[in-house]
Every structure is written in structure tokens, then in C-alpha cells.
Design a protein. Structure first.
Ligand SMILES: [Zn+2]
Length: 340
């Protein structure tokens, strides 16, 4: 075998003249070049990322170009989406489901706030009951509550969720505070007027009110009497705004029955990672458009990033599937989604 191999080797060297060798090599090069030209599009797709930042952003082209070039290979680039830049004046940083209202960040009251609310008593509330006839929420929060408690009622025939307190304007919070924060000891349980999450229109307190007419605290009995709600509220965009172990961060102790609408995927990430809203948004603020926070939930990949209101613009995806919410702390949070 060795001898035969050697003779083949010698044959190429000895029997083929130099001009023929050159022609053969040139032909091979020509074939490769032609093949490369013919399949150029297909080959380049192997190396190109699926999506890139465009050169067509309204302003700041240099910025987006730099981002595209600085990515070393296709793997990181795959999570990026095409962006454009819109004026921040189209949005209000004190509005949206991700606004934070706490002792440091007062709610910004505006004329016409109440006109946006959905009255719960006169609206369909098949899945939940009401402690009073004067309860209201913003449509997004009402819709999520309606779908959640309606689903529960469909499955079990009855939903024991009772809304005991929802939207409060300044005056009603003032009254509420006066009636309840009667001593230095219990002040910590109640927000001063202007600083209550109930001003947002995205929150409500609940109680368990069963078919027999007996009522229970959600915190104590929610796990048993409304177990499905406790397991699924995050799927409807809700969080427990004041987890018991987060009083040092939220400033509010003992309101484990206070639901707050923030929307997906935020509700899922906050709940699964046992965070409070303040902690979550502090984390999001470290993620700009070039380094979005990525989170996959129920088969959808979400990208979330922060834009400061001071910049005067917001970087948003070119596609329609995004939302912008103010954080009520001087910025905006952009949420985009894409299929994995
Ligand atoms: Zn509350």
C-alpha cells in the first residue's frame, strides 16, 4: 500500500508539467470563486445576524452603528432588535403601569385623572365582589382583574376575591390616613396623602369572601381559599406590592393583600424572584438599550430597558410590539417582546 501511495505522489510531480499544474490550480480557484459568487447571499446569511440595529434611527446614527460593529459575532447580536428613536415628549414619565409611588416619589395628580377610570360597580364584575359601590381602576388593571377572577369562576363556579379598596384621590387618602394612622406605632402601615400606591389606579386591596358569606384576610387564607389566584396572579400582570419581608425597601409593612398591576413580564419576574417593585426597577435601570434585560416567560422573550427622561428621547423597537411606561422617578421603561 505504501508503494502505491508513493507512486501516485511521484506521478503528480514527475508526469505533470508545470504549465498544466498552474492551469489546474487556476481552474480550481475559478470554480471556488464562481461558487462563492453564485451562493453569495446564502453564505453571507451564515455570518450575518438575524437582526441588527438600523442606520436609520431618527437621531444619533453614530451611536447605533457603533453598537452593531462592536458585537464580535452573531450570538450576542441575535437578542438585539431593530430600534428607532422617538421624542420623550409623546410620553409622560409619571404615568404607566410601572410608576413607583412611595414615600420618596409622590404621585403627580393631573386634571382628568378620574375620567380615565373604570367604575367597578357599574362594570361587569362577575368574578369578584366589591366592598363598596365606589371602587374604580384604570382599564388595564380592571381588565386583568376581570379576566383573572372570571377564569377562576369558570373553573370553580365562584371566585372568593372581594375588592375592598381601589383608586383613592388625594382627599380620600387624607381621610383614610386620618382615620387609621392614629398613633406613631401604626403610622408605618399607612401612606400619607400624595404618596399612596392607591392613587395610581393600578392597585386594590382584597379580602377572601367565600360562598357562605364568611370573610377572611387574603394573607392568611389566600393560599387555601384562593390558591389558584395566588399561583396565577402574576400571569395576569399583578404583583403583591408590599411583600412582608420587603418593608425596609418599600416603607410599608403589613399590606400583603395589596395587589398592583404592572403587566407582563414584570409581574412574573418580580414574583418568581421574590422582589419588590423598587428592587426590580433599580435592576432595570442598569439596563440601557444596548444591554437590555432579557427574560423569557411562557414562550415569549421580553427585552426591557431604561431611558432617562433627561435625554429627551426614548429608544424603542421599530416593530409595534412594545410598551413604554414612566417610572415616576425621572425615566421610562421600554418593554419589547419577540418570539424565541
Ligand atoms: Zn392597599
Amino acid at each position: 500500500m505504501q508503494g502505491k501511495n508513493r507512486s501516485v505522489y511521484r506521478g503528480w510531480h514527475n508526469k505533470t508539467s508545470l504549465p498544466v499544474k498552474i492551469i489546474i490550480v487556476l481552474l480550481i480557484v475559478l470554480v471556488i470563486t464562481l461558487a462563492a459568487l453564485l451562493f453569495k447571499d446564502r453564505i453571507s446569511k451564515w455570518f450575518e445576524p438575524d437582526v441588527t440595529y438600523p442606520d436609520t434611527s431618527v437621531t444619533g446614527q453614530a451611536d447605533t452603528k457603533k453598537t452593531a460593529e462592536s458585537v464580535p459575532d452573531g450570538t450576542e447580536e441575535e437578542q438585539k432588535i431593530k430600534l428607532t428613536r422617538i421624542s420623550a415628549s409623546d410620553y409622560d414619565s409619571s404615568r404607566g403601569p410601572l410608576i413607583i409611588v412611595n414615600a420618596q416619589n409622590a404621585y403627580v395628580f393631573k386634571d382628568g385623572d378620574k375620567e380615565l377610570l373604570t367604575d367597578l360597580y357599574t362594570s361587569d364584575h362577575r368574578g369578584f365582589s366589591l366592598a363598596s359601590v365606589s371602587e374604580s381602576l384604570l382599564p388595564e388593571a380592571y381588565s386583568a382583574l376581570y379576566r383573572m377572577t372570571g377564569k377562576y369562576a369558570d373553573m370553580y363556579g365562584f371566585c372568593p376575591i372581594m375588592v375592598t379598596s381601589s383608586y383613592r384621590d388625594y382627599e380620600s387618602q387624607e381621610q383614610y390616613y386620618k382615620n387609621n394612622a392614629t398613633s406613631e406605632q401604626n403610622e408605618k402601615y399607612y401612606e400619607k396623602p400624595g404618596y399612596s400606591d392607591h392613587h395610581t389606579g393600578y392597585s386594590f386591596d382584597v379580602k377572601i369572601y367565600d360562598e357562605k358569606g364568611d370573610s377572611y384576610s387574603y394573607v392568611r387564607y389566600g393560599m387555601i381559599k384562593a390558591e389558584w389566584i395566588t399561583e396565577h396572579y402574576m400571569d395576569y400582570g399583578f404583583i403583591i406590592r408590599y411583600p412582608a419581608n420587603k418593608a425596609a425597601v418599600t416603607g410599608i409593612d403589613g399590606e400583603g393583600n395589596h395587589f398592583r398591576y404592572v403587566g407582563l413580564p414584570h409581574s412574573a419576574y418580580i414574583t418568581e424572584n421574590l422582589l419588590c417593585l423598587e428592587e426590580y426597577e433599580n435592576m432595570i435601570r442598569r439596563h440601557g438599550k444596548d444591554d437590555p434585560f432579557e427574560y423569557e416567560y411562557n414562550g415569549i422573550v421580553y427585552l426591557v430597558w431604561y431611558c432617562s427622561a433627561e435625554d429627551g428621547y426614548i429608544d424603542v423597537p421599530l416593530a409595534d410590539d412594545f410598551t413604554v411606561s414612566g417610572d415616576n422617578c425621572g425615566g421610562f421603561i421600554v418593554t419589547a417582546s419577540k418570539m424565541p
